[in-house]
Ligand binder design. Structure first.
Ligand SMILES: [Fe+2]
Ligand SMILES: [Fe+2]
Length: 334
């Protein structure tokens, strides 16, 4: 029977030893994957601690859930379905990732261990360029000296001839039609056509260019990492035969300076997978690797599915009345 410590050993092995093995590993800055994430908002920073965040190393683990972000829904689903260990990709902050209450109490009552593996997992595999149909010949994780400003320049794979081919590839890989169907079903079942869902609302799309435009060489960047129009200009000077700019994880919207710059430089500009699909990009390989390391454990994937519902459509008529009454009686408008 696998134990919590074996899950840690597996995560450490699949990242080539990047996880924390004990206090001695993070003390004195020994582990470069222990990083502080801060926007300089007081008290809101988080320190990434790749490996075991909470749990008894000797506890037995029969079932592991892989998720992107630990939330109260994740914790409740884990407890209700016999999961012993949650492996989250995004860093875990006490209370923020445990429904506003302390991890030690909440995970304690459910006998759950939790792990995080974020920056230490990034860069371990070439899956994201592959999914987006190119093979990078240049890559940087700190373009222009900005840590985390990840940029790839790649040749598209032979199957892709046009921008439309790339979008179709992604739609097939991501099962985009199924998400469309699920949303249509949900709208119908709940009787509300205005429900929106992330995978559908933020699916792959072309910002500049036409589906039939040829696509051979691509600059692939992540707008939330600090990529600017000046970076684009410089890269196009270095690689003049680039024809396409691609944004994934995050994206920009019409009116953004990167759109104008792509137009000026005569590039196609496409948005690939949004962050909501990272569970496919990084979650699936991580889950499969865990299963390879711990074949006796059951491994499940927790996929977040975020919907937007107009207030007047939300819940049952009774719950809408409840909301109306409570707001009127107790939540006074000043
Ligand atoms: Fe990630
Ligand atoms: Fe992410």
């Amino acid at each position: 029977m696998a134990k919590v410590k074996d899950v840690l050993a597996a995560l450490d092995n699949l990242t080539n030893g990047r996880c924390l093995k004990g206090p001695g590993d993070w003390a004195g800055g020994q582990n470069p994957w222990v990083v502080t994430k801060s926007s300089n908002i007081p008290g809101k920073a988080v320190v990434e601690m790749p490996g075991l965040v909470w749990g008894d190393p000797e506890m037995e683990v029969k079932k592991i859930a892989v998720c992107m972000t630990m939330t109260e829904s994740v914790i409740e689903l884990a407890a209700a379905t016999g999961v012993n260990a949650i492996v989250a990709h995004h860093p875990i902050a006490d209370s923020a990732n445990s429904g506003g209450v302390l991890i030690k109490y909440y995970l304690g009552i459910y006998n759950l261990a939790c792990f995080e593996l974020h920056e230490a997992f990034h860069g371990t595999h070439p899956g994201i360029p592959w999914l987006h149909g190119h093979r990078p010949f240049f890559s940087s994780v700190c373009y222009d000296g900005i840590p985390g400003n990840i940029v790839y320049v790649g040749d598209v794979i032979p199957e892709i001839k046009t921008v439309g081919d790339m979008i179709s590839r992604l739609d097939t890989l991501m099962n985009a039609q199924m998400d469309e169907d699920m949303l249509a079903l949900e709208r119908k079942t709940r009787g509300c056509d205005a429900i929106e869902e992330t995978a559908v609302a933020a699916r792959a799309k072309i910002l500049v260019g036409k589906p039939e435009n040829p696509m051979k060489k691509v600059i692939h960047m992540f707008p939330h990492c600090g990529f600017t129009p000046a970076h684009l200009e410089r890269l196009v000077k270095e690689y003049p035969d680039v024809d396409t700019l691609m944004a994934t994880i995050s994206r920009v919207y019409p009116g953004h300076p990167l759109v104008a710059k792509a137009e000026e430089l005569g590039l196609n500009f496409v948005c690939g997978n949004s962050h909501a699909l990272e569970i496919f990009e990084n979650g699936v390989p991580m889950a499969r690797a865990l299963k390879n390391h711990l074949p006796d454990c059951e491994v499940v994937i927790f996929r977040e599915r975020q919907t937007s519902v107009p207030l007047d459509c939300f819940g049952s008529q009774e719950i809408r009345d409840y909301g109306t009454d409570i707001a009127k009686e107790y939540l006074h408008r000043k």
